[in-house]
Design a protein around this ligand. Structure first.
Ligand SMILES: [Zn+2]
Ligand SMILES: [Zn+2]
Length: 368
């Protein structure tokens, strides 16, 4: 079938909205009619060539839609079901899947690395030429074929444009707080980068009972969002500047118990670490450029017992945690309505990314 999709031909060029060909789902696959695709920084990094991905490709790794058709053997979803795609498929059987870290499953990494579905082929083409999938999701296409292991059915009363955000921004931020850092009540938290994921780190830390939450960003607009999501303090950073002194000052020189880097630069990961108190935990969440490295003083690792760790996909179990997040949304404890500040038609996807870069939106989605 034909489908309108945003295609990345090569990095450095704008996305091209084209009519592509989408094949029917094969065994273990699901055809999803996408309702919304999330405008996330990770795709931007791919477009800019900072983060490698096979191409030409249909990008988009956050979304929500309705199952249009299922391939042979699919049992967990049926046509008409509302679903959120998961950007790391999980086999369910390996040591990481059974050890509560499905995002680390090698099968998910393989799909991300090759741009192909688990059987080694793709379901997209343009003028007869193969197009790659992105993270097995490709939510910037009206119709996408996704492995059954990469979709999760959700209740039909959650608006799909908002549900889309659960699949990346929300679970990544909440999971990093709950599972990677394990934020305790009454503690202090710093969050470097107040974009879509950072805002969810902030609201999760507030729900976890953090006493002081310091948001750091270059853009005043993002700090305004941060306060609305629960930040008690805001530090306006400067490009190339160092917010560590300001963070430490806000904690009486002690440093914070938890610091999250949601930017992914060597400098910001190091700042998160340097802002820690003794026994503090710094969590790197932001997706780095290929081969980026960070250095920290070993003295403070040993004498302060500080921890520097990372978190992929919120270190979460999406099949358990997304339903829990929906419960929090229904209980009016999760700010999801406030997170979605703009929708764009697919044709304006490049403008959507320009607005993201300017920090004009908390989170936005393209719709079809
Ligand atoms: Zn994302
Ligand atoms: Zn696995």
């Amino acid at each position: 079938m034909r489908s309108r999709a945003a295609v990345l031909v090569e990095p450095g060029r704008p996305l091209e909205v084209r009519e592509i060909e989408v094949q029917a789902p094969k065994a273990g696959e699901v055809l999803v009619r996408m309702a919304a695709g999330g405008v996330c920084h990770t795709d931007l990094h791919v477009m800019q060539g900072l983060f490698a991905a096979p191409r030409p490709a249909v990008l988009g790794h956050e979304g929500a839609g309705v199952v249009a058709e299922v391939g042979p053997g699919v049992t967990s979803v049926k046509p008409g079901d509302h679903v959120v795609p998961l950007w790391r498929i999980a086999c369910g059987e390996c040591e990481y899947c059974t050890g509560e870290r499905p995002a680390l499953c090698p099968s998910g990494l393989e799909v991300r690395r090759t741009g192909r579905l688990p059987d080694g082929t793709t379901r997209f083409s343009l003028n007869g030429e193969e197009l790659k999938h992105f993270a097995g999701v490709s939510s910037f296409s009206e119709y996408s074929v996704i492995p059954e292991k990469g979709v999760l059915a959700i209740p039909k009363d959650i608006p799909l444009e908002k549900a889309a955000l659960l699949g990346c921004a929300v679970i990544t931020g909440f999971g990093a707080v709950a599972y990677a850092a394990k934020v305790r009540p009454g503690t202090t938290v710093a969050v470097i980068g107040a974009g879509g994921v950072g805002l969810n780190v902030i609201q999760a830390a507030a729900l976890a009972g953090a006493e002081r939450i310091i948001a750091v960003d270059l853009l005043e607009g993002k700090l305004t969002h941060a306060r609305a999501f629960g930040a008690t303090h805001a530090v306006r950073a400067e490009k190339g500047g160092d917010p560590v002194g300001a963070i430490r000052e806000l904690t009486g020189g002690r440093g914070v118990d938890y610091a999250f880097d949601v930017v992914g630069l060597p400098a910001t990961v190091r700042q998160a670490y340097l802002a820690l108190a003794k026994r503090g935990v710094a969590v790197a969440i932001g997706i780095p450029e290929n081969n980026a490295e960070v250095s920290v003083p070993i003295m403070s690792l040993v004498y302060d017992e500080r921890v520097l760790t990372g978190s992929l996909y919120g270190s979460a179990r999406p099949r358990l945690d997304i339903p829990r997040l929906i419960g929090l949304y229904r209980a009016r404890k999760l700010k999801l309505d406030e997170l979605l500040t703009r929708t764009w038609p697919l044709a304006e996807i490049n403008e959507a990314y320009a607005a993201l870069e300017r920090g004009e939106v908390a989170r936005s989605v393209v719709t079809f």
